[in-house]
Design a protein around this ligand. Structure first.
Ligand code: SF4
Length: 481
């Protein structure tokens, strides 16, 4: 099992003290002879977005540092952690169902420690449900308490009381070890939380207000990632456009300046960012994408709706025209940009006319890919109590029309790559054909091409020979740099 660790020092005394429990757990396991081949195993189940995936890599780093060894089978784990999502009801139901299934594991092995974290249990009602209806869950921890996991594990191993952590404030905990899933691709969190309060979204309630990591800590982590072999780095945050690294040496460190500084680091790598709020996507950010060779020419700019009436009800704070002007600016600066978006179908009050405005925006914007979702009411958000909730059958019918249009436009957009040469990071072996590798270039589609496995982790110049809706196909170009 590859181990890709990134370690940095805890920058505040509270985090440093909490991380001391890592050693306490390790020593306890050693004392009980649970080391080497006898080491206990951990299993992490992750739901939701890239931020949760990044958090799970920190949980994995903590588990490994405590002396646990990874397994992909929950039934052979002594420590099971579930990292939950709250953005849609479906994700919560699925997590609860999976946690329910772990009762059998606990029945068979009462020593198993089960912890549940993430956005779902940051809502008190959900944490209470786990406390009352899932007595075999040892502890829950909210999104601001990842650094408390060692203390919670230690408490459970010592036979202490069950614990349900809801932080009073969300702070940034530096110094948590990270065990990355991929050697070549890396998430790099630059900020946490959100101040926007879109009326349908639970994120500001479960991840707190915006707080940015220091540019110094981010640059150190970026350097370590590159040295460890990362070739595709995605800067992560709920709204990376409002990254605020303060003023250093008279220079304001916004997302654009941060990207310039990361691009100035030695090494052959590609830089991405996710996610952007259209109202905050600045000219400076667009300029950074246009001027820096290392920045992937891919802009994810969620529109959510093409109707001004619905955008206002969503509290998105832009109009369809203002959004489209932003796209025009991006395309003027980066003509071949791959543009992707998120769209919500069936927001409360959405009429057929509103929905047609969304289809019209798709026709105009010509997205390379659209991530579309049927609106899911989230308790505690303003939209959940709005009148005129849309019946499921209407939302589903609209969704089908949206998907068909999205696929048609994506097909047409993909055709432009055929015959061209793209620089592709070979990520791994294709799932469908072991003779092929799969990778990513600037376009968001996976690119499949025949090449030797020794190229995995390297950039390969690929001539695109065919385009499908969901992928591109190609072959290594005669000239490789
Ligand atoms: S910008 Fe809106 S949709 Fe995105 S995380 Fe913040 S509140 Fe949610």
């Amino acid at each position: 099992m590859p181990e890709h660790y990134i370690e940095s020092a805890a920058s505040d005394p509270v985090t440093a003290e909490r991380l001391e429990r890592v050693d306490s757990v390790r020593k306890k396991l050693e004392k009980n002879g649970r080391t080497g081949e006898n080491a206990p195993k951990y299993f992490i189940q992750t739901f939701g977005c890239q931020q949760n995936e990044a958090d799970s890599e920190r949980l994995a780093g903590l588990c490994a540092a405590m002396g646990y060894v990874r397994t992909d089978r929950p039934d052979e784990a002594q420590l099971i952690l579930v990292n939950t999502c709250a953005v849609r009801e479906h994700a919560e139901k699925k997590a609860l169902s999976i946690i329910g299934g772990y009762k059998h594991i606990k029945d068979k092995n009462p020593d198993v420690v089960i912890g549940v974290g993430g956005c779902m249990v940051t809502q008190k009602a959900r944490a209470d449900k786990l406390r009352n209806s899932y007595p075999y869950v040892s502890f829950t921890f909210d999104t601001g308490a990842v650094d408390r996991v060692p203390e919670l594990v230690l408490g459970a191993l010592d036979g202490g009381k069950r614990a349900f952590v809801l932080s009073e404030e969300f702070k940034i905990a530096e110094g948590i070890p990270i065990r990355r899933e991929s050697k070549h691709m890396a998430w790099l969190s630059i900020m946490y939380g959100c101040n926007n309060f879109c009326s349908y979204c639970i994120v500001p309630y479960v991840r707190g207000r915006e707080r940015s990591r220091s540019a110094g800590a981010i640059l150190e982590e970026a350097k370590a990632l590159i040295a460890d072999g990362a070739r595709d780095i995605t800067l992560l945050g709920q709204n990376v456009n409002s990254y605020d690294g303060g003023t250093v040496g008279g220079t304001r460190i916004d997302i654009a300046e941060l990207m310039h500084r990361i691009c100035a680091l030695d090494g052959d790598f590609r830089l991405r960012f996710m996610t952007s709020h259209p109202k905050d996507a600045s000219d400076r950010l667009i300029e950074a994408m246009a001027s820096e060779d290392k920045v992937a020419k891919h802009f994810h700019l969620p529109v959510q709706s093409g109707s001004d009436r619905i955008l206002a009800a969503m509290n998105r704070r832009y109009t369809a025209d203002a959004y489209y002007e932003k796209i025009e600016k991006i395309r003027a600066a980066v003509p071949d940009v791959s543009l992707t978006s998120d769209i919500i179908v069936g927001f409360p009050g959405e009429t057929e006319e509103d929905f047609e405005d969304t289809l019209a925006m798709m026709e105009k914007a010509r997205y390379d890919m659209v991530f579309s979702f049927i609106y899911s009411p989230r308790a505690g958000t303003p939209a959940a109590s709005m009148p005129d909730q849309i019946p499921r059958e209407i939302s589903s019918e609209r969704m089908e029309r949206l998907l068909a249009l999205g696929a048609k436009i994506a097909d047409e957009r993909n055709e432009r790559f055929v015959g061209r040469e793209l620089r592709v990071l070979a990520e791994g072996v294709s799932k469908n054909d072991p003779a092929m590798l799969t990778g990513r270039g600037d376009p968001v589609r996976p690119i499949h091409f025949a090449a030797d496995r020794s190229r995995i982790g390297q950039f390969v110049n690929v001539t695109i020979t065919g385009a499908k809706t969901y992928c591109l196909e190609g072959e290594p170009a005669p000239r490789q740099d």
